[in-house]
Design a binder for this molecule. Structure first.
Ligand SMILES: Nc1ncnc2c1ncn2[C@@H]1O[C@H](COP(=O)(O)OP(=O)(O)OP(=O)(O)O)[C@@H](O)[C@H]1O
Length: 496
């Protein structure tokens, strides 16, 4: 007696069910002949229909294959096997010539062919692959049940499979067998993440090629759109773009994870706007200029010499933001940058140096207060804070929830991932602790304002020579000295 299956798919070769039927309901001789004939007819009908649909689908999906199928069928009908052999040989020669003379278009045909093959492979080997990998359960009716493959979304580099779990199989159980699935599908990696829309479903990301393994090509663009800054490449091969108008960006990663490369990619993307004067950058480099000192021309204000100077620059930025907030009150909700009223980026190379490691307690509190003003008040009047942090522990950076976009580069543990990117980011696929130390600049982006899963990206890399060139070619037209640090009594003390 078999019940209805609501979740998962029963496996094709359900030996237990067949054995149970044979033991309990031995068929009569006539019944056996009839059942055998009927079964064969149904089998032929099923596979015949499947083959026809596949051929038609392949013909539409890969047009040259469709053309070949039609011509080959006509040759077979009109001229017999010799004609078919001739057409096949000509097609083979044509393919050889095409792949050599026009490799670009041929690569397109090849990629369509590969995708088509992958889709078929997922669909028709799904239950065998899952059962062989041990991702199966047995239900009360003795059926072997595996998770159901719902949709397949094919990409050039990564395929996404939406999978409905069956009772007894958890996302963790699937994740444990991710390596087995990757081996079976000849993929680089299989990642299991929770489905964004449905509980009880998961997404399997099957990664075939890793475009992030190569460094993205350099690109200077003359148009700058703060709503769409291109900083590198995504795992699916598309450009990684960020909206930073009215937003703050947190970049977290262990030492050498590539935080600097995200900052330089951002400056690279902003360069034309910096040169034209409608974007100004305030740089705060607690490493004494080891980072920003390589390209000082890009900064409107650059603090790097002493703790007092760092705090003074931060306070100056906070005062500007508060002043502009007041000026814009009642006029607009979101400031639009112009040369007269530019957008400010306040880039802090190591936030913890200001909020935790400063030895002077009063300075530390002032730095925290200024940062809090920038983060809470700065968004609407055109101030974006970009903060880098190496150690994401709570006591180091209390303000991290005020950053709306977060990039988690290589981190030490899934606990750190949760601290930087949010509690469920790891479950949704942000496995920063698994990023290889040989591939700096790779990370996961979480945007609090859109509800999509973390996206794996790699920032463009620009070395010191390129950044010096950028600084000389796209210098900021304005440079301002750091104001003296105001003392408690209202007097000013020399920031240096
Ligand atoms: N996107 C990238 N592509 C290729 N190489 C990179 C990339 N980002 C960084 N690197 C390499 O890794 C090195 C370390 O990167 P970077 O200085 O940006 O790390 P970091 O996280 O800022 O480290 P620290 O916190 O120690 O300053 C760089 O010198 C560079 O060689």
């Amino acid at each position: 007696m078999s019940g209805t299956l609501f979740r998962g798919q029963a496996i094709r070769r359900h030996a237990d069910v067949q054995r149970t039927q044979i033991i309990h309901e031995p068929p009569t001789l006539s019944g056996r002949v009839l059942t055998g004939a009927l079964r064969r007819a149904l089998w032929a009908l099923r596979w015949g229909t499947w083959a026809t649909v596949m051929v038609l689908w392949a013909a539409v999906y890969i047009p040259p294959a469709g053309l070949f199928t039609v011509v080959a069928a006509l040759a077979l009908v009109l001229g017999g096997w010799w004609a078919l052999a001739l057409v096949s040989s000509l097609a083979g020669a044509g393919v050889w010539l095409w792949s050599r003379r026009w490799p670009r278009t041929w690569r397109w045909v090849e990629s369509r062919g590969r995708r088509f093959w992958r889709r078929i492979r997922y669909r028709f080997t799904w239950d065998d692959v899952l059962a062989a990998s041990g991702i199966k359960a047995t239900d009360a009716a003795h059926r072997i049940v595996v998770p159901r493959l719902l949709w397949v979304r094919l990409g050039d580099h990564v395929d996404e499979l939406s999978v409905q779990l069956c009772p007894g199989i958890t996302p963790d159980r699937l994740a444990e067998q991710a390596d087995a699935l990757a081996c079976e599908w000849c993929a680089l990696e299989v990642r299991v993440t929770r489905h964004p829309r449905a509980a009880g479903w998961v997404l399997l990301r099957v990664v075939y090629t890793d475009p992030l393994a190569d460094q993205p090509a350099d690109s200077t663009r003359d148009q700058v759109d703060l709503g769409r800054l291109t900083l590198g490449r995504r795992e699916d091969g598309r450009p990684w773009t960020l909206r930073l108008l009215g937003r703050h960006l947190l970049i977290a990663g262990s030492s050498g994870a590539g935080k600097g490369s995200v900052v330089t990619a951002l400056l690279w993307a902003l360069a034309p706007a910096i040169r034209d004067g409608w974007v100004r950058v305030i740089g705060i480099d607690p490493k004494g200029g080891m980072e920003f000192g390589m390209y000082p021309g890009l900064f409107h204000m650059l603090a790097m010499d002493s703790e007092a100077e760092l705090v003074a620059a931060l306070e100056a930025a906070a005062a500007l933001a508060a002043g502009r907030c007041e000026a814009l009150r009642g006029r607009t909700r979101l400031h639009r940058p112009t040369v007269d009223e530019p957008h400010y980026f306040v880039i802090v190379d190591e936030v913890a140096s200001l909020t935790a490691y400063i030895t002077d307690r009063a300075l530390k509190d002032r730095a925290k207060a200024a940062l809090a003003v920038l983060l809470t008040k700065g968004r609407a009047p055109g101030f974006s804070v970009v903060g880098c942090v190496q150690d994401p522990r709570k006591e180091v950076l209390d303000l991290r929830n005020l950053f709306t976009v977060k990039v988690g580069l290589r981190l030490d543990s899934d606990t750190e991932v949760a601290m930087v990117l949010g509690d469920n980011a790891h479950d949704r696929g942000a496995h920063c602790e698994q990023i290889n130390s040989l591939t700096p600049g790779i990370g996961y982006v979480v945007d609090d304002e859109d509800r999509r899963d973390p996206v794996k990206v790699r920032a463009e890399y620009h070395d010191d020579a390129e950044m010096s060139w950028l600084s000389a070619t796209y210098p900021s037209p304005t440079h301002e000295d750091i104001p003296a640090l105001a003392t408690k009594a209202g007097k000013r003390r020399d920031a240096s």
